[in-house]
Design a protein around this ligand. Structure first.
Ligand code: URA
Length: 437
């Protein structure tokens, strides 16, 4: 076998065999196949697709590119949550400590920013000292001791996803159901979970723009998980506008802490409601509640009594981070400048296009343009309005926090074009569209 042949088959829409997919993943993980050939392969998959057999084989090969962790010696039903990616989507930072505070262990392997969507690892790294690169022993130890661990794919766990994910980020090959499914499920199945909650985003800022496509993606993810003996619940949720108010790495840490400290503004209600809903499903899968209402009241308890926030501080400190930064936000990376994008008419906010806001946030330094780009953790956007709200001409809609004025010049069109104002009242967005079990 040689890689050009496999590449040519995918270009010509010929179904690949399991052996060919295994050859690709092994060769790429072992640095035998170069990035430029894999970029071409990913684009062929993006354009020509993979069927369910190829998707399952790809997931399996990526899963077995490293160790499949066995956490059965750690007490409790291990549950994780994964999102298919969005803008301002920081629920992992809120949910993981909530579940751990309720004694549901959360082994969480997350990703970095992907295209215009943010990544949990980049957000965590905005906390000074926080280390997402732990080894397997440290990972196991922290789950046993603390009830959670927040790391990235490593050379030991899901190494194929680590490499392919970084390449997809910069080659416009993200929005494909097979690549997304294999990426998510290979790392989730490798991390040692018993059950999984999936937040499948839909809308302008999601990788799947229509509810039909999002549901189709959810079905693939659920069937891969169930075939591997895992319990899976999937929620289809809105990503037409960014979630919550803060977009950007350090800014999303601040907003997550505010939710965990029960200091939520009405504008952040979507983030609070979705976090509670996702955490409640995890609590049910973790065997700590039978009904959603009971699970939600447990979740609210650990927010209100401060134990979820204490859990976040504990894991931050155990992973080398400065936990004081969670009480004193001036210790987080900051942006030097701020500028408002204002409403150009009186009316009601009709659109806050999450894709455009996400692309703007990448351009001001919040995401990567190439594999070697350095992220500016301090920059981002704060939403001053959400869809459906009344607005007056000249009122701020977005606040842009930036360091390099040149970058704002590049991003300004995205931010300006993200806002649509309507003369007529606009219905607020439906946040949770569907739950699939
Ligand atoms: N999250 C992932 O881990 N991978 C994707 O491809 C998309 C979202």
């Amino acid at each position: 076998m040689y890689f050009q042949e496999i590449l040519g088959k995918k270009r010509d829409r010929i179904k690949l065999t399991q052996a060919e997919i295994q050859y690709f993943i092994k060769g790429y993980t072992q640095y035998e196949i170069p990035d430029y050939q894999v970029s071409a392969f990913l684009m062929s998959v993006f354009l020509n697709g993979m069927d369910i057999d190829e998707t399952t084989w790809l997931t399996d090969a990526m899963l077995h590119s490293g160790i499949v962790v066995d956490l059965s010696d750690i007490e409790g039903i291990k549950v994780d949550k994964h999102s298919t990616g969005g803008v301002g989507d920081k629920t992992s930072l809120i949910i993981a400590p909530i579940c751990a505070a309720l004694n549901v262990p959360v082994p969480m392997i997350s990703g970095r920013g992907l295209a215009h969507s943010g990544g949990t690892l980049d957000k965590l790294e905005s906390i000074p000292g926080f280390n997402v690169n732990l080894n397997l022993d440290q990972y196991r130890h922290l789950i046993r001791e603390t009830g959670l661990c927040l790391i990235g794919q490593t050379a030991e766990i899901a190494p194929a996803d680590k490499k392919i994910y970084a390449l997809r980020d910069v080659t416009c090959t993200v929005e494909n159901k097979s690549l997304i499914s294999a990426s998510i499920m290979s790392k989730k199945l490798a991390e040692g979970i018993d059950a999984l909650v999936l937040d499948v985003k839909t809308g302008k800022g999601a990788f799947m723009k229509t509810q039909q496509d999002s549901e189709a993606l959810a079905q693939i993810l659920i069937s891969i998980g169930k075939n591997m003996g895992k319990q899976v619940t999937a929620l289809i949720t809105d990503m037409d506008q960014p979630l919550g108010t803060h977009i950007g790495n350090a800014l999303e840490i601040i907003e997550s802490v505010d939710i965990l400290k029960n200091k939520c503004l009405p504008l952040q209600d979507d983030l609070r409601i979705l976090s509670i809903e996702l955490a409640a499903h995890m609590i049910i899968l973790g065997g700590k509640a039978k009904e959603l209402s009971q699970a939600k009241s447990l979740v609210n308890q650990v927010i209100q009594n401060g134990s979820a926030f204490s859990k976040l501080k504990e894991i931050v400190s155990k992973q080398g981070g400065n936990d004081k930064a969670l009480d004193d936000f001036s210790l987080l990376p900051q942006a030097k400048h701020s500028e408002y994008i204002k409403a150009n008419a009186d009316g009601f906010v009709k659109e806050l296009d999450a894709l455009k806001i996400g692309k703007g946030a990448v351009l001001i330094g919040g995401g990567r343009m190439t594999m070697d780009s350095k992220i500016d953790h301090g920059v981002g956007v704060i939403m001053k309005k959400k869809i459906g709200e009344p607005v007056k001409k000249g009122e701020p809609v977005l606040e842009i926090l930036f360091n390099d004025p040149k970058t704002l010049k590049n991003a300004a069109d995205y931010f300006n074009q993200s806002i649509t104002i309507s003369k007529k009242p606009v219905e607020p967005v439906k946040l949770i569209k569907k739950t699939l079990i």
